[in-house]
Design a protein around this ligand. Sequence first.
Ligand code: HEC
Length: 469
Amino acid sequence: MIIRTMVAAAALAVLAGVASVQVGAQASTAPPAAAGPTFARDVAPIFYKNCTNCHRPGEIAPMSLLTFKDARPWARSIATRVAKGTMPPWHADPSHGEFLNDRRLTELEKNTIVQWVNAGAPEGSPADLPAEPTYATEWLMGQPDAVFSMSEDYPIPAEGTIAYQYFEVPTTFAEDKWIQAMEVRAGNPSVLHHVIVYARTPPPAVPPQAAPPAPSAQPMPRPAPLFTFPEGTTQIPAGQTGGRPLPPEQRKPLGPNDRPAPRMGPSIGGFAPGQLVRTYQEGSAMKLPAGATLILQTHYTANGQATTDRTRIAVKFARARPQTEVRFASLINGSLHIPPGANDFRVDAEMTISQDVTMWSMLPHTHVRGARWTYEATYPDGRTETILSVPKYDFNWQTDYVFKQPLKLPKGTKIHATAWYDNSKNNPSNPDPSKDVFWGDQTWEEMMYTGLTFSIDAAQATPTAAQKQ
Ligand code: HEC
């Protein structure tokens, strides 16, 4: 009884921050008081949950954190990055909105790691080590239902600018499929800057005896556009320059290795550094139409060594037709013009939504001069709310911010996006502060692009004609 009280008192003293506690001789028979955190007992579980999906052999991070041996040499750097909040990578301001894919550690987890490092990063008892996570396949998503691969090892020269290239990958499904999760795996991450995946539907087969339309038939009324944009803003299709003619040096004839843009279809997914798997919530999925051809729009950046790339895409399908069809849209200001040297230059874009929609995620995208972003929704009742703020935008980490509570946006809601750019010499990533910067594909040009996933509320749970029969 005495012993217990003394141990409890010692524990209380520790909690109260008393540095050294004299415990009576009797206490030596008690189990040793919990020492500081060890790798085996306290740190490994945090790494397995929050780090090793990137920090393991063959993944995007520079070193593995799977074992004590792997992690120990990095202890100092780990403490610094974790304390600063720069690892795991996450750039949204937590005071606006909550996100399903938030990678941040809890304060408790951060403190455990920092204390472990400060105490000399001890291994602890191997008996405490939890089972190492198993990564079923090379795919982060686990076993995919289908994998689509570029059909060639595309050659990337050692230097020079590489125009966007387009690769077609046929799918051969006889019926529509519903994508629950998609993962794009760069064949060569050191040169692949981004991929956007489009799905082109085959042209409808013309029934042989289709009656010609009656001459008096009224044309179908065109549905009102879902999104409207203010006068004077430019919404540019992917891969175009902002309405300006290409500068002469870019007006290159196609080379033997160029794979120009074919007929496209709607975008169904993508990859950029930092964005690994996109999973749609239970009951929602992205449609992959029967017989679609995937088109991979790829942006390669030469890195000094001639190499090749063959990128692959893995998907998991929903088991049944989802209640909600998730779609892509984009919000763009293509007329941006950033003056030389401007250190905090603001560019805006806006759209009004003309039907009730649910917004699932937003992906802000600028190139290397992008500094920060905010998004505001103004509802029909006049209320305005910041729905996403990215105060330290980092070009190296393109994140699709997935709302924990998808946003219900009634008809008439305005979404206003603002991006700020640093075209001064103080921006270490700025390739040339003396340049006027316009919209363009290449990283020394700029973009003001937001990828959105949304669903139309009225369309929800509407059975298709086929299901009604
Ligand atoms: C989404 C992928 C991802 C996750 C999750 C992630 N990292 Fe990283 N980490 C990277 C990449 C990529 C780099 C290299 C680029 C950079 O330094 O930002 C990196 C760099 C680091 C570095 C710097 C290494 C150096 O050169 O000194 C440390 C330390 C680190 N990570 C620790 C962690 C820890 C600890 C966790 C989990 C608590 C974690 N990371 C989670 C991808 C990730």
